[in-house]
Write a protein that binds this ligand. Structure first.
Ligand code: GDP
Length: 299
């Protein structure tokens, strides 16, 4: 799995170091492991869950050698990721045409880049894509999305700065339907200063889309920066409280040793991590695969 080297680097080494000179998984080893998981940004709740599972195995088997720890950890973490009931390797539901994705997330996490990469991916699958620049709050956001639309070669619907995001969303779905689009991707403003505002704005955008496509949006994709650790958890908390987030894209996993965020957020919010961003280029987006991710985390 190319691009994830940095995320993985460190975790296995740290676990190995924690068990040097020890033959048996005991309280000390588990304490060290707990600290390593926390420092890897797995999050407190998920760390406790993992440690408890290992404690149970130790209690059951009486003796667990430290040489088995790596395998056991992998099994437990993979299990956690697969227990997420919504985990799916499906890209989109093609029975919905157009399939409407509303993209949410705070500024700087890689929202625009992710939209560009997604557009590229869908287009290279032969799908017709239309983008909507409903983050009308920042001129730069619209400009960036226009650049991506040109780079990828897909149409974009936009209005002037400061125009009503819901109006842009409405125009976009209307234009998408008229053009026979397969996928519509709508960018939204990621201001978090006020939860009620955020909720109202997202609700309004959804409502106007539904005038054209009653069951839209089919996906609300929250983009999180995987290198920001606890901030990513906090953003997940706020956005899931404000709207029905149905999938996650975790970006910048190429540049961090903290890929544990993916494990913790998937577990705590029970929302599938659908995509991971592993670089700044058009092709640096992957459909998330739990087993593969755990493998790379340990490599
Ligand atoms: P937005 O404000 O959320 O729309 O963020 P942008 O899409 O403009 O991205 C912010 C910065 O992060 C840009 O410099 C992107 O090139 C960079 N970026 C986005 N995704 C990734 C990723 O997966 N890996 C890396 N290394 N950089 C990324």
């Amino acid at each position: 799995n190319q691009g994830l080297e940095k995320s993985s680097q460190g975790f296995f080494d740290k676990v190995s170091k924690a068990v040097v000179g020890k033959s048996k998984v005991d309280e000390d080893v588990l304490d060290d492991l707990e600290e390593i998981l926390i420092r890897s940004d797995v999050g407190a709740a998920t760390t406790v869950k993992i440690i408890e599972r290992i404690e149970k195995r130790v209690a059951r088997d009486k003796y667990v050698g430290t040489e088995e720890l790596d395998t056991i950890l992998r099994e437990e973490i993979t299990g956690l990721l697969l227990e997420n009931p919504h985990a799916s390797t499906q890209n989109i539901d093609v029975s919905k045409k157009p399939y409407v994705i509303m993209v949410v997330g705070v500024n700087g996490v890689g929202k625009t880049t992710t939209i560009g990469k997604l557009a590229h991916q869908f287009k290279s699958e032969g799908k017709k894509v239309v983008l909507g620049a409903a983050d009308t709050f920042r001129a730069a956001a619209v400009e960036q999305l226009v650049i991506w639309s040109e780079r990828v070669g897909v149409p974009i619907v936009k209005q002037g700065m400061g125009s009503d995001p819901a109006s842009v969303a409405f125009d976009t779905v209307q234009s998408g339907v008229a053009q026979g689009a397969d996928v519509i991707i709508i960018d939204t403003a990621g201001r978090l200063h006020n939860k009620v505002n955020l909720m109202n704005e997202l609700t309004k955008i959804k409502k106007v889309m539904q005038k054209v496509i009653p069951d839209a949006p089919h996906e609300i994709l929250l983009v999180l920066d995987g290198s920001t650790g606890q901030n990513a958890f906090e953003q997940a908390r706020q956005f899931t409280a404000a709207t029905e987030v149905s999938a996650l894209a975790v970006t910048k996993l190429d540049g961090t040793a903290k890929g544990g965020v993916v494990i913790g957020i998937s577990d705590q919010f029970q929302i599938p991590v659908k995509y991971i961003g592993v670089g700044e280029k058009m092709n640096d987006l992957q459909l998330f695969n739990g087993a593969e991710f755990v493998d790379s985390f340990f490599r």
